[in-house]
Design a binder for this molecule. Sequence first.
Ligand code: FAD
Ligand code: DLZ
Ligand code: SF4
Length: 515
Amino acid sequence: MSKTYRSVKLILGDQLNMAHPWFDNVDEETLFVMMEVRSETDYVKHHIQKVVAIFKAMRTFAEDLRNKGHHVHYISITDKENRPTISTNLERICQKYIVKELHYQLPDEYRVDQEMKKLQTTLDIPFLEIDTYHFLTTREEFGEYFKGKKSYLMENFYRNMRLKHNILLDSANKPIGGKWNFDHENRKKVPKNHALVPVPLTGKNVSEIVNEIQQAQVKTIGSISANEFSWTTSRSEALALLEDFVASALPLFGTLQDAMTEQHWYLYHSRLSFALNVKLIGPLEVIQRVERAYHENSGMYELNQIEGFIRQILGWREYMRGVYWTHMPDYATLNFFENRRALPSWYWTGNTKMNCLKHAISQSLEHAYAHHIQRLMVTGNFALLAGIHPDEVDDWYLGIYIDAFQWVEITNTRGMSQFADGGIVGSKPYVSSAAYINKMSDYCAGCHYSFDKKIGGKACPFNSLYWNFFDEHSEKLRSNPRLGMMINVWNKMPNEDREAILTQAAKYLDQIETL
Ligand code: FAD
Ligand code: DLZ
Ligand code: SF4
């Protein structure tokens, strides 16, 4: 006789929030279901570290639930009864047990949201959908906030969030320090002779999971050190990482937030994105911990470090989620510049003579991580200047980064970085010549190319491609108030200089595979 469950509750791999009301009380008639499933491992080719981190975090979460007395049905990747999709696994569970209701938390990705909606039309039991209680805004709130406005502006949204959650405000509800935003103080490169002291890594052994993933023949990219895996995969590890970050990296976070260096792969960044995105830790608890550090340690932290960090989570992270749910599914097809070129094969190997790209790509393959400015101003910048199809750019970002989930990946990539949304996320495309990369990094000194040359065999490709971009898209960009000046500079250049630059750019685009 099959066992009866009043409810079966699905927990996805990015829904590992132990503070969710589902887990408040143990209920003998509730069965939690978690699954390592091919539809999720295979919708894009993921970095091996991303798959390992998700499986390890899921298994630890399941164990913690069992230790609290909950009933958990966990389907591992090598389980003989495992089915290829979330739906088919749930159908099997509903055949195996007598299930009265199926409950699930709102999925963060449109693909899975649709799958769950479709399943409700075929599986003949009541479904109940519930919030994840992780984000600080609902799916709809963003659209409501900007209703009737011509365009979005992150800064307005962010100020509203500061007020709503009472973050970094004085008793009159004004921003402490007299300003909402300290970004202009956060654009420094790593000073010469600065001895970097990033948060130390703690490793653990994950070889068992790596072996199972290989046994199941899941196709992955990148490399892994299975006996010193350092991504946080439990709540206690995430809390410890937050404490380490606050103690040692936060004092310099803002100042060096945009800096890039060959010396280190995460500098003073927190590496909290994975833990946040799989919900091991909540955005408000991270923000409040950082704010508390500021108030309790007078003189240790300058406001620009604190505000700069909080803005990323309270502002950008929630803003991106709002854009995603307001504009999907159309968002995934936008291609404002009508870019068509294929992604160069060296994005998958790091095998290029351009030192900035070699470095950012190699570290991504080695660590499943690059910090924001590497993603935006090196790999993203080049892809946009070279006219790569946004689908290919999205697949690369979605696969390679430990923290890549479509709601935050696509809005950052297709939106902020590639401007394929024509200005929904941001008001201008993030493009630069070598001057910016040279200003913010130490990459150019050791490069095959010369950052200060536009023409010739050793001229940095970013330089001619930058002007080529303005030439090619001048019609689409002319009316943009933030870009008109660059278009004027281009138009005023002597004709022979413009021709030489365009010829150089065309040559580089022809030889893109060997750059
Ligand atoms: P820190 O620099 O320490 O920042 C703290 C936190 O702020 C991060 O953990 C993250 O939760 C949040 N944050 C910072 N910037 C952003 C942003 N632009 N959007 C949303 N949240 C932000 N972030 C992802 O979480 N997943 C992605 O798939 C992703 N793809 C990106 C693709 C591109 C092209 C670009 C330009 C950025 C992308 N980002 C993405 C945003 C950002 O680069 C990462 O959140 C950050 O690098 C993660 O490292 P960290 O935890 O050390 O961040
Ligand atoms: C990213 C990912 C991967 C690689 N594997 C799984 C998995 O096997 N099981 C699972 O529940 N979730 C996985 N995830 C995360 C999901 O893609 C994520 O939960 C959904 O897309 C909803 O955002
Ligand atoms: Fe990158 Fe150009 Fe600098 Fe080389 S010279 S590191 S290609 S910006």
